[in-house]
Design a protein around this ligand. Structure first.
Ligand SMILES: Nc1ncnc2c1ncn2[C@@H]1O[C@H](COP(=O)(O)OP(=O)(O)OP(=O)(O)O)[C@@H](O)[C@H]1O
Ligand SMILES: [Mg+2]
Length: 394
């Protein structure tokens, strides 16, 4: 397998996860799923793997990435584009017929030339056509066991919320309600949904009071690799690149990750170690140099994701509280007692409202994989991320 550093790991470059994958695909036959995991755990990679597994029986798979989409209609356009790409001729034709029925009565379809592409056809549609056109597209999927993979849905919901100050909340709720309506519609029971995103849809929905709009989704958690799997991936990467990784170096790298072997961390450390290796051979000293390199100013962008996404999953005042808390925790290796961390971040005496804010911030940082709470102490979940934070705030 080859070293993947940032993009989804696909095909032969996707390592491990066989039990999670089998469970996920099995559950998807019965339930619609919201995949929840901290950043960079490998959600997008796992979605693609689920797609490959689903397609083995010849059933359709549509991968819809809505990152960068800013409205409900853009969601529909991305869906149309996925159908154009992977739906096959029969599906596109049937969807086109349905779309024309929706758009033709108001004069929005060019002619009778037949389907060029669904996305092209939608160019004439306006923003308010999203519900009718989305419905037409989804109904075209109703006849076959279709897997619909929707990545970064929470970012789109967030975008709708923030881009429209007045009506954003109502629009976001109406959008999520429409998706829920499609998911639970018995006539669309062959369409199976797997939803994920780099910020948690559940916490976003909770924060804005529309948890009921996603209550049909079954929550499925995905964690980091265990140490054994991480060592296995290092072996596979070393074999794929003709690098020698001695046993001590391998064990050392995994130990330094401190029990939080995010596949991404293993990959970026491998990449740096390989680049620094003398004559293709990695020893303990090379691992330490790779670690230090990742934290130098030129390489820190690999972690910026964690820094910037705080502002996306939290409101500005909460993001500021989160930054303050992480700054305190970055400076102490073993973390801080819960009460002390709270006092340093928000002051000693808190009213009920402030206590709620604190609990929410800690909860979000924990579920997003920044923090761990153990025996009443809060600390960074990953020593690597803590060191990055220390450099960043220094
Ligand atoms: N199963 C895997 N095999 C090999 N590498 C993996 C695997 N899963 C994740 N990775 C590594 O982690 C990186 C991020 O993977 P991916 O994009 O799937 O994560 P994600 O959880 O979707 O991230 P984000 O939260 O940013 O959307 C990949 O570039 C790769 O380095
Ligand atoms: Mg992703």
């Amino acid at each position: 397998m080859k070293n993947t550093r940032g993009r989804a790991a696909l095909g032969d470059d996707f390592f491990g996860r066989s039990a999670e994958l089998a469970d996920l695909v099995d559950s998807l036959r019965r339930d619609n799923i919201l995949l929840l995991a901290p950043r960079r755990v490998g959600k997008t990679s796992l979605m693609h793997a689920a797609g490959r597994s689903w397609a083995v029986d010849g059933d359709p798979v549509l991968f819809v990435d809505v990152q960068g989409a800013a409205s409900e209609m853009q969601f529909v356009r991305r869906l149309a584009s996925a159908m154009d790409r992977s739906g096959g001729e029969g599906l596109v034709k049937s969807a086109w017929n349905r779309l024309s029925r929706v758009l033709r009565p108001v004069g929005k379809v060019g002619g009778n030339a037949g389907p060029i592409g669904l996305e092209v056809e939608l160019r004439s549609a306006s923003e308010e056509d999203w519900l009718a056109t989305g419905d037409a597209l989804l109904r075209a999927l109703a006849d076959r066991e279709t897997l619909l993979l929707i990545d970064e849905l929470p970012l789109l919901v967030q975008q709708i919320l923030t881009s429209d100050r007045e009506g954003g909340r109502d629009r976001a709720k109406a959008f999520l309600d429409a998706l829920r309506g499609w998911r639970i519609d018995p006539s669309l029971s062959k369409v199976h949904w797997l939803v994920a995103g780099s910020i948690g849809l559940d916490s976003l929905a909770r924060r804005h009071g529309f948890s009921a709009s996603i209550n049909d989704l079954v929550l499925t958690a995905l964690g980091a690799f265990d140490d054994r799997t991480a060592r296995g991936m290092l072996d596979a990467l070393a074999a794929g690149h003709g690098t020698t990784f001695d046993d001590d170096a391998r064990a050392h790298l995994v130990r330094r990750l401190g029990g939080w072997c995010l596949p991404y961390y293993v990959q970026i450390l491998f990449g740096e170690a390989r680049a620094l290796a003398q004559a293709g051979s990695v020893d303990i000293a090379t691992v330490d140099r790779a670690w230090a390199t990742l934290l130098d100013a030129d390489h820190r962008s690999r972690f910026d994701h964690w820094w910037t996404r705080l502002g996306e999953s939290l409101s500005t005042p909460d993001a500021e509280r989160a930054h303050a808390l992480l700054r305190h925790l970055a400076t102490v290796e073993g973390g801080l007692g819960h009460d002390e961390a709270r006092a340093r971040t928000m002051g000693a005496s808190l009213d009920e409202e402030a206590r709620d804010r604190w609990a929410f911030v800690v909860d979000t940082l924990t579920s997003d994989g920044y923090l761990l709470e153990e025996d009443g102490r809060l600390r960074f979940r990953s020593p690597l991320l803590r060191e990055f934070w220390m450099e960043r705030v220094r």
